[in-house]
Design a protein around this ligand. Structure first.
Ligand SMILES: CC(C)(COP(=O)(O)OP(=O)(O)OC[C@H]1O[C@@H](n2cnc3c(N)ncnc32)[C@H](O)[C@@H]1OP(=O)(O)O)[C@@H](O)C(=O)NCCC(=O)NCCS
Length: 143
């Protein structure tokens, strides 16, 4: 496996609590922009404290993913098109194509078949959440 890119991000969880205090409507809008529809369903059924942690983790992991991408993929990057999944080899980011809908809730069209795999790891301590992303090729002998 060849490493193609790395990314890291650190975020203050309370950043999202501060937005919630100012305006639940703005936080709601941000949640729809950051979270994949599958992640958003999980978010909606979570307690408020867990929702803030979900936003912080998801933000960090997607910023780290963004940094690990090629310039071309960075230009096309949309937070809501990516989600974290638990695989046998650890947490991985997968990309989907979404169809925007009038009710503001996009539907998932299909998973993108990529030639790279993005492994991610997160950690929390107090108010801080950190995420790392390691992008590697799934092909052999790629320089
Ligand atoms: C570029 C970006 C990732 C920087 O993140 P940030 O939270 O502002 O700043 P951070 O402290 O996490 O990161 C800064 C570091 O990122 C690195 N960096 C900057 N641009 C980068 C890029 N395009 N790719 C990879 N790494 C980058 C730099 O090394 C910089 O550190 P330095 O000042 O020591 O050189 C971010 O501003 C961005 O553009 N994200 C795009 C995703 C997006 O669209 N977000 C909103 C969607 S709702």
């Amino acid at each position: 496996m060849t490493v193609l890119g790395v990314g890291v991000d650190v975020v203050r969880t309370s950043r999202f609590a501060e937005i919630l205090k100012r305006s639940p409507t703005i936080l709601d809008r941000i949640s729809k922009r950051i979270l994949h529809p599958v992640e958003h369903t999980n978010y909606q059924s979570s307690s408020q404290a867990r929702q803030l942690q979900i936003l912080a983790s998801t933000w960090a992991v997607k910023e780290a993913t963004f940094k690990s991408l090629s310039i071309g993929d960075q230009r096309r990057f949309k937070f809501a098109e990516w989600r974290r999944v638990n695989r046998l080899h650890g947490y991985e980011m997968i990309q989907t194509i979404l169809q925007p809908q009038e009710n503001d809730k996009p539907s998932v069209i299909k998973e993108v078949i990529r030639e790279d795999r993005i492994l991610v790891s997160t950690s929390h301590d107090g108010d801080y959440t950190i995420a790392n992303a390691l992008r590697q090729t799934t092909l052999n002998n790629v320089a």
